[in-house]
Design a binder for this molecule. Structure first.
Ligand SMILES: [Ca+2]
Ligand SMILES: [Ca+2]
Length: 112
């Protein structure tokens, strides 16, 4: 009986792990692409600065793309990191790389 329960628990764990890794609904974006045009450049720095200054909003995908340091807040640290990437400085946040998120994850908290 213990072997059956152990096997059932193992199967349940494997099923849960598979479900949490694979999602057909994942939304892809380019990390650092705050304005959503598919490339990362100085225009994204401006988009982050304008968002931080509460001059314009960003949708959920753009907020995730803009939050390059994964602090869950889009602020001037992100703008600086994107600016450094645009100037071809060394990048430790994988800016310019494709990333994705599950739309059912908790959202990046809007600044305003
Ligand atoms: Ca862009
Ligand atoms: Ca951030």
């Amino acid at each position: 009986m213990k072997k059956i329960i152990a096997a059932a628990l193992t199967l349940l764990c494997l099923t849960c792990a598979a479900v949490s890794v694979v999602s057909a609904e994942d939304i892809y974006y380019v990390r650092g692409d705050a304005n959503g045009d598919g490339v990362v450049n100085v225009n994204d720095v401006t988009a982050v600065q304008r968002y931080a200054a509460e001059l314009e909003g960003l949708n959920e995908t753009c907020r995730r793309a803009a939050d390059v340091n994964r602090s869950n807040v889009v602020d001037m640290d992100d703008a600086t990191a994107i600016q450094r990437y645009s100037a071809e400085y060394k990048d430790s946040y994988r800016i310019g790389k494709t990333s994705y998120y599950d739309p059912y994850e908790l959202p990046v908290v809007p600044n305003h």
